[in-house]
Design a protein around this ligand. Structure first.
Ligand code: ZN
Ligand code: ZN
Length: 270
């Protein structure tokens, strides 16, 4: 239904609503600034160039044909479950891109054994490829993982505010988000949508409508270490979270990213 309406986005009033959804997506993920008065101007044949430019930017990022139009391929990608972090985060937000230490503690707030075991595997996979070690730290963690509802709190006073400025959105859509490292080595948080059906096994495909906690967390941890989204669709840091990834390992693109931040893993002693 959505697809049919989007095929004729500039014709009917109901179609305008879909343009609104797309505009919101492009704004949320950094392709379009909020001051572009796109929604109202498009429907009446106004200046839609910024909207088209944003679409082209989106299509370039996801490495599909840059038509500048709401074609099938574009809509399909936009509808996929994804990470809530912007694809183009470089704006007014100031943050340093890396930690200034090589040993980081983590905590899974209210996480059960299964959650903690998955988190441990995720951290181990990142650690395997770079000069960084991770350990569980219940007392003074650097990276704090928790499940949250649509409007949710920060669990720790990592940031000035206790309310997370980014909402989650219920089942599907955004699965989680994470903060980037800051300049003072303050703790940072990863928030996972508690309304998702989380699949908590590693190395097998989740059933339909379930999402892999391992891949989602592996991805969000990437942000918490300072890695932004990539357009390489085999990479863990691709914005759409691919539950049906066969490998539990990082992609070469992810490995290049983490090594550019923290270097090669220390040489193992025999
Ligand atoms: Zn992400
Ligand atoms: Zn949050």
């Amino acid at each position: 239904m959505l697809f049919l309406l989007l095929l004729i986005p500039f014709v009917s009033a109901s179609a305008d609503y879909d343009v609104q959804i797309v505009t919101q997506y492009l704004q949320t993920y950094g392709y379009l600034t909020h001051d572009n008065k796109t929604v109202s101007s498009i429907g009446v044949g106004g200046n839609s160039s910024s909207f088209q430019e944003a679409l082209i930017k989106f299509q370039d990022f996801f490495r599909i044909e840059a038509t500048g139009e709401l074609d099938n391929e574009t809509i399909t990608i936009m509808k996929k479950p994804r990470c809530g972090v912007k694809d183009y985060p470089q704006s007014f937000t100031l943050y340093d891109t890396k930690w200034k230490k090589n040993k980081l503690g983590w905590k899974f707030v209210y996480g059960n054994q299964q959650d903690k075991s998955i988190a441990e595997k995720c951290f181990a996979e990142w650690a395997r490829h770079t000069n960084m070690t991770f350990f569980m730290d219940e007392r003074k963690p650097d990276i704090v993982i928790s499940y949250g509802s649509v409007k949710h709190r920060n669990f720790y006073r990592c940031k000035n505010s206790s309310a997370c400025p980014f909402n989650l959105d219920g089942p599907g859509g955004v699965l989680g988000h994470a903060f980037f490292p800051d300049s003072s080595n303050n703790c940072i948080e990863i928030h996972l949508d508690n309304t998702e059906n989380w699949f908590k096994e590693v190395g097998t495909f989740p059933p339909q409508n379930y999402h892999s906690l391992y891949y989602t967390l592996l991805h969000e941890i990437g942000h918490s270490l300072g890695i932004e989204h990539t357009g390489v669709n085999t990479a863990v840091m691709y914005p759409s979270l691919n539950d049906n990834r066969k490998s539990v390992e990082l992609d070469q693109d992810d490995i290049n990213a983490i090594q550019s931040l923290y270097g090669l893993p220390p040489v193992k002693r025999r």
